[in-house]
Design a protein around this ligand. Structure first.
Ligand SMILES: [Zn+2]
Length: 149
């Protein structure tokens, strides 16, 4: 295995042949095609890349970098502002989803606790009334399908 041919263009995310890059600007790894798109496209791509670096694979922006993304809402370039709006919107939706999921999990745990209390009360009452010879039917609280979430 030798060294991989070509260079990586961070703007289009491709590894391309050396001929696709201009000789100058060794530290600016942008292919000729992307370089032709101009400064504005590069500014947007750079900002998007920066935002992606502070966003996890679920789409959640790490808290300490949130202010950075929010500042981009005021960026002079509309493309950057739009990308920032999208990142923040996805972040908002994914966080809301996780909050809701947590709420439902806690509700489910409460249902389990209530079911076991009901079972205990049921058994206690049956014993008290001398009905403990017959098997206690399983408590009927809710089927999964009946639970309203
Ligand atoms: Zn490129």
């Amino acid at each position: 295995m030798g060294k991989r041919r070509g260079r990586f263009c961070w703007m289009c995310g491709r590894r391309r042949a050396n001929e696709r890059f201009s000789g100058r600007g060794r530290h600016d790894n942008v292919c000729k095609d992307c370089a032709r798109q101009g400064k504005q496209a590069r500014v947007v791509a750079q900002a998007v890349r920066d935002m992606e670096q502070v966003t996890n694979t679920d789409g959640i922006i790490r808290r300490k970098h949130r202010a950075f993304v929010e500042r981009l809402l005021e960026h002079p370039d509309e493309g950057v502002r739009e990308a920032a709006r999208q990142h923040l919107e996805i972040d908002r939706q994914v966080r809301a989803y996780y909050r809701e999921l947590g709420r439902l999990e806690r509700a489910r745990e409460e249902v389990d606790i209530l079911q076991s209390r009901l079972r205990f009360a049921h058994e206690t009452l049956r014993k008290r009334h001398g009905l403990d010879q017959t098997p206690v039917p399983p408590p009927r609280v809710w089927d999964d399908d009946d639970i309203p979430f």
